[in-house]
Design a protein around this ligand. Structure first.
Ligand code: UGA
Length: 434
């Protein structure tokens, strides 16, 4: 049993802290946001993540998991301090490091015994050294020493708990073998492989992994766009490619591009890091550009299918950037819906979870409905932006009957072509001839 404090109760901090508690550690999750902490204490989870609410409640009840807004006290109470604060994209595209730096300052001010400071936030290479300098500069007791470790996270929203309990690998970067050993031991109860390296490489692994996955997505989307033009089917192409174990079959689903809180931010950030380091990362810039263009590909399909969007009723199925999350950050719907409205269409939206977050981000003209059926009723065309189960399971016969025109534009390739044809739809998807 270790005493761990996690600074930051966002996605990463909350999930990792809860999982560390679940395997028997005493974990204090702290945040400067008092309101959030109050809600967490009442068992209210600020994000939608399957299974998290139950796991938080269980570990609070068994007195392994605590929440506080007294960040200083929380730091003093533990030997291992995880920094899991946000590193949002700044206006320049670089990672905004202000929260990491203020956490480091606070740790310095409350360094009351020897501690291991672990960085879990996604940060530019060299941040561990910066954290070390800030902690050092703010220490109240000069004789107390500390170590800095990098332990980036690889959780996916929507499956974060199972990802945390069964990580493909835990990356531990350190310049001190003892500290690395402690953090490796912390991961022993998880079904994972430990990979230890130096601090800079650990920081780089996180960016390299995310940008590589983003590259796979942009690559298959570009292939999809060629497939459409030459009469090939991108789903078969991806399957055929993926059978080569050097390529693998994951992250080859063509669609309207990646969104979310990680890939857009991390691709921009790495392009900046490379630029600053004197390397023009053209490949990565092209991945970003391909992704930006991809979300608008369905606009052409929509326009052509209904002969211009002015005055048309468009049902939009799915608003979140992917299923099983209410996260709207960089969701394709945020680009597509304003464009639909601009071109004179009215928008009837459905999302099973993300409506509350969507209302804050989308223009007020958007109408929201509680079911797929209500959203599509009477619409001229329906566009699928997120592959929610409600969408995959929709009753195609019923949908065809209640739409004004049975036209489906599918940005996520949810259905097979024959099924849609048999069901009487005009169906346009990504990378497959209609
Ligand atoms: C991603 C990584 O998968 C995690 O390993 C990482 O820890 C996390 O970022 C992070 O840095 O915190 P996440 O953003 O939750 O996780 O979501 P993913 O499941 O990776 O999906 C990202 C986007 O790519 C979604 O918009 C999804 O629709 C899209 N995608 C994914 C595709 O378009 N095609 C695919 O084949 C796979």
């Amino acid at each position: 049993m270790r005493k761990i404090t996690v600074i930051g109760t966002g996605y990463v901090g909350l999930v990792s802290g809860t999982c560390f508690a679940e395997v028997g550690n005493r974990v204090i999750c702290c945040d400067v946001d008092r309101n959030k902490i109050e809600r967490l204490r009442r068992g209210e989870i600020p994000i939608y993540e399957p299974g998290l609410e139950e796991l938080v409640a269980k570990n609070m009840q068994q007195e392994r998991l605590y929440f506080t807004s007294e960040v200083g006290e929380a730091i003093e109470a533990s030997d291992i301090i995880y920094i899991a604060v946000g590193t949002p994209m700044s206006d320049t595209g670089e990672a905004d490091m202000r929260y990491v730096m203020s956490a480091a300052k606070k740790i310095g001010e409350h360094l009351n015994n020897r501690k291991i400071i672990v960085n879990k936030s996604t940060v530019p290479v060299g941040t561990a050294e910066l954290v070390r300098e800030v902690v050092q500069a703010n220490k109240k007791y000069p004789w107390i020493t500390f170590d800095v470790v990098s332990n980036p996270e690889f959780l996916r929203e929507g499956s974060a708990i199972s990802d945390c309990m069964n990580m493909d690998r835990a990356v531990i970067g350190s310049d001190n073998a003892e500290a690395a050993k402690v953090i490796a031991e912390l991961h022993a109860p998880f079904n994972t492989r430990i990979f230890t390296t130096d601090l800079e490489s650990a920081e780089m692994i996180k960016y390299a992994a995310n940008t590589f996955l983003a590259t796979k997505i942009s690559f298959i989307n570009a292939i999809a766009n060629v497939c459409e033009r030459v009469g090939a089917n991108v789903i078969d192409v991806a399957e055929g490619m993926g059978l080569d174990s050097r390529i693998g079959n994951k992250f080859l689903q063509a669609g309207i591009g990646y969104g979310g809180s990680c890939f857009p931010k991390d691709t921009y950030a790495l392009a900046h890091i490379a630029d600053k380091a004197g390397y023009d990362f053209e490949l990565l810039k092209s991945v970003i550009k391909t992704n930006q263009r991809q979300r608008f590909i369905i606009m052409d399909k929509l326009r052509e299918s209904v002969g211009g969007l002015a005055g048309k009723q468009v049902a939009v199925l799915g608003l979140a950037f992917k299923p099983n999350t209410d996260d709207m950050r960089y969701a394709p719907s945020l680009s597509i819906i304003p464009e639909l409205l601009k071109q004179g269409a009215s928008v009837r939206a459905f999302d099973p979870i993300a409506v509350e977050s969507a209302r804050r981000e989308l223009p007020h003209e958007v109408q929201y409905f509680k079911s797929v059926e209500q959203a599509v009723a009477g619409s001229d065309v329906c566009v699928i932006l997120t592959e929610w189960k409600d969408v995959l399971d929709m009753d195609l016969d019923l949908i065809r009957q209640i739409m004004k025109h049975p036209i489906v534009i599918d940005g996520r390739n949810c259905f097979d072509l024959q099924t849609m044809q048999r069901s009487g739809f005009e169906y346009h998807s990504i990378g497959r001839a209609s």
